[in-house]
Design a protein around this ligand. Structure first.
Ligand SMILES: [Ca+2]
Ligand SMILES: [Ca+2]
Ligand SMILES: [Ca+2]
Length: 253
């Protein structure tokens, strides 16, 4: 996969430098400050996280405070309290400080920020945890409030788009069933009784393949992101007759 590219050098030295600077980067890429290089939008001005970054601007502008202060973060990323770095929205206020700066500043910032639809507030008021980490038996909030016994009761109502594990307490996403990884602490999401050869998917979802009982949202096929174990959702066979997918959770679009 292309990480970044530089516009051809011989052209950049030609008599038409404006032509180069007018060159549009492909979708998902943005220009470095010098106007001569395109990098992935989520590599520009982002905090260093494994899996992100990669080849960056040769002119250093992807780490330049002034350039980054003016840069608008790409979809699913938000500005850090420091005003120049971009961080994935699920990592901001997650309790692990990702942004450069003082942790007190980040806490203060997080107290005024909403956790959104896919995360929930911890009681401490400055931390958000992903919805599926609530009542999963592991303390994710610094104050353990995501595992509060008053919250993790049998008649608990799951957030939109989530379903109960067999214990009737924990909520996970339908896509986490038969994913070959235990997400329910009782492992009921991977039980052979549920993950049968002929398992039917709920409405709006389809099996990864005839051999794979994992169901993913129909809109996640052909969205350029592999969600099925063997990437069947992005295979030419699956995408032959389908429109381009989306990376959003279907009920949030
Ligand atoms: Ca938890
Ligand atoms: Ca699972
Ligand atoms: Ca996909």
């Amino acid at each position: 996969m292309i990480e970044s590219f530089v516009l051809p050098e011989d052209t950049s030295k030609s008599l038409l430098p404006l032509t180069i600077r007018d060159y549009e980067c492909p979708v998902g890429f943005v220009k470095c400050k010098d106007g001569l290089q395109c990098i992935r939008a989520f590599s520009m001005c982002t905090v260093n996280v494994v899996g992100l970054g990669g080849l960056e601007c040769k002119d250093g502008s992807d780490n330049d405070t002034d350039h980054c202060s003016a840069y608008e973060c790409p979809m699913y990323f938000e500005k850090c309290p420091n005003g120049h770095q971009c961080v994935h929205q699920t990592m901001l206020c997650s309790g692990a400080q990702m942004c450069d700066g003082e942790s007190e500043d980040e806490e203060q910032f997080c107290k005024t920020r909403s956790c959104g639809d896919i995360m929930s507030n911890c009681d401490n008021g400055y931390q958000c945890v992903l919805n599926f980490k609530t009542c999963d038996g592991v303390a994710d909030c610094a104050d353990s409030s995501d595992e509060n016994p008053d919250l993790c009761v049998e008649n608990r109502i799951c957030p939109v788009g989530m379903v109960k594990c067999e214990d009737n307490v924990q909520c996970i996403y339908e896509i986490q069933f038969c994913s070959k990884y235990p997400d329910c602490k009782d492992k009921s999401d991977e039980s052979p009784e549920i993950c049968t050869k002929d398992r039917a998917c709920p409405t709006g979802m389809s099996r990864c393949s005839a051999n794979d009982p994992n169901c993913i949202y129909d809109s996640w096929f052909c969205n350029n992101q592999p969600e099925c174990e063997n990437r069947e959702d992005e295979s030419p066979n699956s995408c032959f007759n389908r429109p381009k997918g989306s990376i959003e959770l279907p009920w949030l679009t």
